[in-house]
Design a protein around this ligand. Structure first.
Ligand code: COA
Length: 167
């Protein structure tokens, strides 16, 4: 086996609107198994985003970008095409509760149909973040609730600022 085949990259896609400690926990866990994790910020057409792609990129860069094994990008189009561009062997997704399973299974099987060589790898989210999502964090922030321990402090600041601006 050639040495470059031993370098394993996983792509971690999501909307990241905004990034939470639950997402960062998945990245930390993945780095125990992969040499590089590419955090890929995409657009889910059924979701209305609070932050622009640029703002989301900035928050991810500021919270995960200092780790040399993490790359950060945004993408349009098919996830499997992005994974191929990075030479990734895996798509990484976090699982929280059983309720995530049907949705994730469907997407994993569709991605396998589109690109049989790329495996989807699921990691269990740390227990402390099992109940959170970007949506629930935004809702708490909108009404002034504490986000302590759920998002990095700079993300909490951006959320408060966004809601102060009346977004
Ligand atoms: N901690 C905290 N929250 C977590 C989490 C964790 N460990 N794991 C998942 N979540 C939450 C996310 O915050 C998000 O919450 P939200 O719904 O409130 O925003 C939700 O679970 C999962 O959504 P997300 O990870 O953002 O992905 P998505 O299902 O919206 O998909 C893309 C976004 C970009 C990955 C997807 O649309 C995509 O792959 N697009 C490319 C098009 C394509 O290739 N399509 C064919 C393949 S099926």
């Amino acid at each position: 086996m050639q040495s470059d085949q031993l370098f394993r990259t996983a792509v971690y896609p999501g909307t990241f609107d905004p990034v939470t400690n639950g997402h960062l926990d998945i990245v930390d866990r993945a780095l125990k198994m992969f040499d590089q994790v590419v955090i890929a910020i995409g657009t889910n057409p059924v979701k209305e985003s609070l932050f622009t792609i640029e703002e989301r990129l900035e928050m991810v860069r500021e919270t995960a970008g200092m780790n040399g094994k993490v790359k950060i990008t945004s993408f349009d189009g098919l996830l499997v095409d992005l994974a191929a561009r990075y030479g990734a062997c895996a798509i990484l997704r976090g699982l929280r509760a059983v309720s995530d399973f049907d949705y994730e299974l469907q997407r994993a099987l569709m991605n396998r149909k589109l690109s049989p060589d790329i495996e989807t790898v699921f990691l269990m989210t740390g227990f402390r973040w099992i109940y959170i999502s970007s949506t629930i964090v935004k809702e708490a922030a909108r009404f002034g609730g504490s986000l302590e321990g759920l998002v990095p402090p700079l993300v909490e600041d951006r959320l408060r600022k966004a809601f102060r601006q009346g977004r």
